[in-house]
Write a protein that binds this ligand. Structure first.
Ligand SMILES: [Zn+2]
Length: 380
């Protein structure tokens, strides 16, 4: 009887022991996963599916590491598979959201200066780029009046399709209209800054107009009578010599026909033409004093002052090659409406080796006036 009891007791202990052991063993091998089941990402964040998992205990990940597409705003989910110690698989679901919190970036000019009454599109050169949207519209906020000189504080605003907004302040200066007076001797246009009709930056300093640093002398923009470099400017003469030598090496010869002309020289020349042909006719081929490019020291007549020069070897060579030396054919054929002058195959202007090829435009000359968005018209 006692023996039986002992056996039963031992069996009981063994059963309980097995149970305890089983329980302890099972628990020590239980799969434990620490992970984030809801993830918020920004557009273009780098994120891999497996990044959601912090820790796996007693198991292995079966899903391969894959990059999550965060290029677009979305609300979605993906699954990961994990195998436990006993080879059983478990699926976990991860919700993720891709959000756009980034506003567009506006490219703009913080200060725009225009002259009273000038029609100018304040969105010229303004653009907005966004991380999600291909096209973001920029609008102008604030009020202004191009006919009332003053300083206007305005704002560019751009909003992307996820309601992220960018705002940039800019200043519009409307300056008093400057009436270009007859450049009588001693007259000097007042210093000012302005923006041309296609957004180039103009300045008047010491009576001389520059656009993007290029000196301008045409029918709208005169030089003061005091501006007198005395001769063709040194570096222009060097460029001309280089060009002349290059042509000579190809058996083409030309020389300077007319170089620098002072205000007074031009005055006498112009008055002589007016006496000969009348003012209207003279204005088509000769500049009024102060309006001649020859006064800049940057322009010259080359070869022959003759309309047919463009069909002669020298004129043909110059039209095709001058730009390489920084010169432009200043008054091209068919561009009288822009330059204010008839075709002059002999008149070349130095603008530098950077701008000249752009104006050459593969032989279809772009005039300085069109390039800079300015006029060439007498206002008196
Ligand atoms: Zn000329």
């Amino acid at each position: 009887m006692k023996k039986k009891m002992i056996i039963l007791l031992i069996v009981g202990i063994l059963i309980i022991g097995c149970g305890v052991f089983g329980f302890v063993f099972y628990n020590s091998k239980k799969l434990k996963i620490e992970y984030k089941n809801h993830i918020t990402l920004n557009v273009n964040d780098e994120f891999y599916n497996t990044d959601a998992i912090k820790k796996i205990q007693n198991g292995t990940l079966l899903t391969k590491k894959v990059k999550i597409d965060t290029s677009k705003v979305t609300d979605s989910m993906y699954h990961l598979k994990v195998k436990n110690y006993f080879n059983k698989t478990k699926k976990i679901e991860i919700k993720y959201e891709v959000v756009d919190k980034e506003p567009p970036v506006i490219t703009f000019n913080p200060t725009i200066t225009i002259e009273e009454g000038t029609e100018y599109d304040l969105l010229t050169g303004v653009s907005a780029t966004d991380n999600c949207d291909e096209l973001v519209i920029v609008v102008i906020e604030g009020t202004y009046d191009i006919n009332t000189p003053g300083t206007y504080e305005l704002e560019y605003m751009a909003r992307d399709s996820h309601a992220n907004e960018a705002r940039e302040k800019f200043t519009l200066e409307v300056t008093k209209k400057v009436v270009v007076e007859q450049p009588r001797e001693g007259y000097k246009a007042p210093d000012r800054d302005f923006t041309t009709s296609n957004g180039h930056h103009g300045t008047v300093r010491d009576g001389i107009t520059y656009i993007d640093g290029i000196m301008i002398a045409n029918k709208t923009y005169p030089l003061p009578s005091s501006y007198n470099p005395g001769d063709i400017i040194g570096y222009v003469w060097e460029a001309f010599t280089e060009m002349k030598n290059a042509a000579a090496a190809e058996g083409i010869y030309f020389d300077l026909a007319s170089g620098f002309r002072s205000y007074n020289y031009q005055k006498n020349l112009y008055n002589r033409y007016v006496a000969q042909d009348g003012k209207a006719e003279a204005d088509t081929y000769s500049a009024r004093p102060g309006h001649s490019e020859h006064q800049t020291g940057l322009a010259m007549d080359v070869g022959k002052v003759d309309r047919n020069y463009g069909n002669e070897p020298g004129g043909i060579w110059l039209a095709a090659n001058a730009y390489k030396y920084g010169f432009i054919l200043r008054y091209p054929y068919g561009k009288t409406g822009e330059t204010g002058y008839i075709y002059e195959p002999w008149h070349f202007r130095y603008v530098g080796k950077e701008l000249a090829p752009k104006l050459y435009n593969g032989g279809d000359w772009i005039t300085l006036e069109t390039y800079f968005g300015i006029t060439s018209e007498y206002t008196y």
